[in-house]
Ligand binder design. Structure first.
Ligand code: SAJ
Length: 421
C-alpha cells in the first residue's frame, strides 16, 4: 500500500515513459489518472490493454486497471501531483516545446495549493522555469516557486527519465533519479513522489542542473559512439580490423570504446545533443561534430554498398542485395530514426538491384520500403543470404548468429556491426 502523502497522481502523456510510470505508481497502491490527448489510447488503456511494446507491461497494466488504481482520461483532473511525460521533438534545429506547454496548460485549471508538478520530458535548460512562468500567468491566484526564493503554493521540479527501452519496468524502479526542484523544498517534495516506486538513490539538485544532466548523459554516449564510428572509417582506410583494435584496446583498465555501427538511431541519443548545441552553439564544438560524424555514417555505408553492387553488375548479373535488420538497434521492434531503415530506403530508391530484406520484428515492410516491386521482406534468414550477391549486416539481432559462415562464401559483405569481421 502507498503510505505516501501523494495519494492521487495524474500522469500526463501515456507514451513510452508516461504509461509505464503510471502503471508502476498504480502497482504501488497509488490512485493514478493517466491522461492522453489520443482517445484511442485512452480507450485501450481503460480496457486494460496497451499500445506500446514493452516486456511485462501488458500484464501489470491489465491488473492495475482491473483493480481500479489506474484509469485513463483525455484531460487532467484534480490530484496531489502531476507528472508530465510528453514528447519534445526537434524541429528545424530547435526543441519543439509545444507538447510541454499544452500539457502545462491542461493541468493549470485543476491545480490547487499544496500540489506538485514534475516535468520528465527531455528538455533544454530553462524549460521547467518557462513552464512555471506559463503556469503563474494562467493561475495568478496561486504562488509558484522561484529559483533562490523560499515558499510557494505549488511545488515544481524536473526529473528526467533514463530508462532503456526493453528494460523499462526494471530500470524505472532500479535506476538512480536526478531530481531538480526549482527550490530545495520543491526537490524534497518531488523526492516523496519517486520514493513511492524507486528502490535506487534519489539525487537532489537544482532545476537546470537536472535538465542538463539528462542531455549530458545522452551526449556522452553519442560522442563515444562517434569516436567508434570515426575509428572504423580510419581503420578501414588503413587496412586494419577496427573490431580487433577495439577489443584489444578495451583490455586497458581505463579504456572502454563503444561499438561502431551504421549510425545512431532512436529518438533520444540522435536528438538530445542538439538541445545542448541549441543552448550554446559556439561552445558545443565536440558535441556538434559527434552528431555530424554519426549522421554521416549511413552515407559511408551506402557508398560501400554502391561499390559492391557495381562490382556484381560488372559481371553482367542483376545484383541481389540482402539487408539484415531495419530496427534502430538489436532485438527491439522500434524503427524510429533508424539508420538501417534509412540505408535500406536509399538502396531501394536506386532501383538498380533486387533488395531482399530481413527484419524479424516486422510483419510488413516499414516506411518507404513498402510498394516497391524489387524489394521483398523475407522471413527465413538463411534464404535471404542464400539468394544474395551482396550481404549487408545492419542490425546484429540475436537471430543472425544462426547464419553459418559458409553461407557467406563468394559473396560481397558489408558488415557494419562487426559480426563477421
Ligand atoms: N549504438 C552504437 N554503438 C554502441 C551503442 C549504441 O552504434 O556501442 C547505437 C544503437 O545501435 C542505436 C543508438 O546507438 O542506434 C542508441 O542506442 P542506445 O542503446 O545507446 O540508447 P537508447 O536510445 O536505446 O537509450 C538511451 C539511453 N541513454 C544512455 O545510455 C545514456 C537510455 O538510458 C535513455 O533513457 C534513453 O536514451 C532516453 O530515453 O533518453
Amino acid at each position: 500500500m502507498n503510505e505516501n502523502k501523494l495519494k492521487t497522481i495524474c500522469v500526463v502523456g501515456l507514451g513510452y515513459i508516461g504509461l509505464p510510470t503510471a502503471v508502476v505508481l498504480a502497482s504501488r497502491g497509488t490512485t493514478v489518472i493517466g491522461v492522453d490527448v489520443n482517445k484511442d489510447v485512452v480507450a485501450k488503456i481503460n480496457r486494460g490493454e496497451i499500445h506500446i511494446v514493452e516486456p511485462d507491461l501488458d500484464a501489470v497494466t491489465a491488473r492495475v486497471v482491473q483493480n481500479g488504481l489506474l484509469r485513463a482520461a483525455t484531460a487532467p483532473v484534480a490530484a496531489d501531483a502531476f507528472v508530465i511525460a510528453v514528447p519534445t521533438p526537434f524541429h528545424e534545429n530547435k526543441a519543439d516545446l509545444t507538447y510541454v506547454h499544452a500539457a502545462a496548460a491542461s493541468v493549470a485549471p485543476v491545480l490547487k495549493k499544496g500540489d506538485l508538478v514534475v516535468l520528465e520530458s527531455t528538455s533544454p535548460p530553462g524549460t521547467t522555469e518557462s513552464m512555471v512562468t506559463q503556469l503563474a500567468a494562467l493561475r495568478p491566484d496561486l504562488r509558484f516557486p522561484k529559483v533562490g526564493e523560499d515558499g510557494c503554493d505549488v511545488h515544481v521540479a524536473y526529473c528526467p527519465e533514463r530508462v532503456l527501452p526493453g528494460r523499462v519496468l526494471v530500470e524505472l524502479v532500479e535506476n538512480d533519479r536526478v531530481i531538480g526542484g526549482i527550490t530545495p523544498e520543491c526537490s524534497a517534495r518531488a523526492e516523496e513522489l519517486y520514493q513511492i516506486f524507486c528502490t535506487s538513490s534519489l539525487l537532489k539538485t537544482g532545476v537546470r542542473t537536472a535538465e542538463m544532466c539528462k542531455l549530458t548523459e545522452n551526449s556522452f554516449r553519442d560522442v563515444g559512439i562517434a569516436f567508434a564510428n570515426e575509428l572504423s572509417i580510419i581503420c578501414e582506410k588503413l587496412g586494419i580490423n577496427v573490431w580487433e583494435v577495439i577489443r584489444l584496446a578495451n583490455h586497458h583498465p581505463r579504456v572502454n570504446i563503444l561499438q561502431p555501427g551504421p549510425g545512431v538511431g532512436g529518438h533520444c541519443i540522435a536528438v538530445d545533443p542538439w538541445f545542448i548545441v541549441q543552448a550554446a552553439p559556439e561552445e558545443s564544438r565536440l558535441i556538434r561534430t559527434a552528431r555530424e560524424v554519426n549522421d554521416g555514417k549511413p552515407h559511408y555505408v551506402l557508398e560501400k554498398i554502391k561499390a559492391a553492387v557495381a562490382g556484381v553488375r560488372s559481371t553482367g548479373a542483376t545484383p541481389k542485395v540482402a539487408l539484415l535488420g531495419l530496427a534502430f538497434k538489436p532485438d527491439v521492434d522500434d524503427f524510429r530514426e533508424s539508420p538501417s531503415l534509412h540505408i535500406a530506403e536509399a538502396v531501394a530508391a536506386w532501383n538498380n538491384c533486387d533488395v531482399l530484406v530481413s527484419e524479424p520484428h516486422a510483419r510488413e515492410l516499414p516506411g518507404a520500403l513498402a510498394g516497391h516491386k524489387h524489394v521483398r521482406l523475407m522471413q527465413n534468414v538463411r534464404d535471404v543470404v542464400r539468394d544474395a550477391h551482396v550481404v549487408v549486416m545492419l542490425v546484429n539481432h540475436r537471430i543472425y548468429k544462426e547464419i553459418p559462415r559458409a553461407d557467406l562464401d563468394n559473396k560481397a559483405i558489408v558488415d557494419t556491426r562487426g559480426v563477421w569481421s
